[in-house]
Write a protein that binds this ligand. Structure first.
Ligand SMILES: [Zn+2]
Length: 72
């Protein structure tokens, strides 16, 4: 496991899973996931979409496992 405490790399936060889960992409069992914030950079004038969101990445292969808007 790479030491990631101080190292601001491509993700903003790491979350521990209560139980290890198998990544559907790389088939690794992971016990942490990485979270990257989404910041809206372009928007249609009439859009009611939220300004922020986040994506959850596999800590092993960086595949996107889930994404959500407006819940930070
Ligand atoms: Zn993976």
């Amino acid at each position: 496991m790479p030491d990631s405490t101080d190292n601001r790399s491509s993700y903003e936060a790491e979350y521990a899973l209560e139980q290890p889960v198998r990544c559907p992409q790389c088939r690794e069992e992971v016990s942490t996931v990485h979270v990257v914030r989404l910041l809206r950079s372009k928007v249609n004038f009439t859009s009611t979409l939220p300004r922020k969101g986040h994506v959850i990445l596999c800590s092993a292969c960086k595949a996107v496992l889930a994404a959500a808007l407006g819940v930070m």
